[in-house]
Design a binder for this molecule. Sequence first.
Ligand SMILES: O=c1ccn([C@H]2C[C@H](O)[C@@H](CO)O2)c(=O)[nH]1
Ligand SMILES: [Zn+2]
Length: 137
Amino acid sequence: MNLAADIQQRLLQASLAARAHSHSPYSRYAVGAAILDEQGRIHMGANIENAAYPQGWCAEATALGAMVMAGGRQVRAVLVSGPGPDIITPCGGCRQKLREFAGPELLIIAADPGGIRQHWTLAELLPYSFGPDHLKF
Ligand SMILES: O=c1ccn([C@H]2C[C@H](O)[C@@H](CO)O2)c(=O)[nH]1
Ligand SMILES: [Zn+2]
């Protein structure tokens, strides 16, 4: 995995700070996400649940929205933090949402308050993915 250690630490701190804003009174599973965009900026998000359960959304979705509204269009890396001890992995829907703004080489990092736990590429988590290029037929 080739993302500088200091940038990974910045993503970790941003993700944990975002996680503190989680609105997750139903699952009590607070999640934070930090996205590194093509301009080297970091965008943050937390999961936001809803009393009408299906209307809640994931931390990755919040962070993607923040990135797009700031003008970012490429995700270079994403760090997702959960409560631990089990390693968090982005849900299937978020893997696809990330695919819109990144290719198979996207670095996905999992963490918890104890630190970074795991690295994957998007290709590992979403093989044979459907992406924007499929619509250039
Ligand atoms: O990668 C993940 C996995 C789960 N959740 C949220 C959705 C829900 O609010 C809670 C429990 O599933 O965690 C995320 O935000 N990101
Ligand atoms: Zn998700």
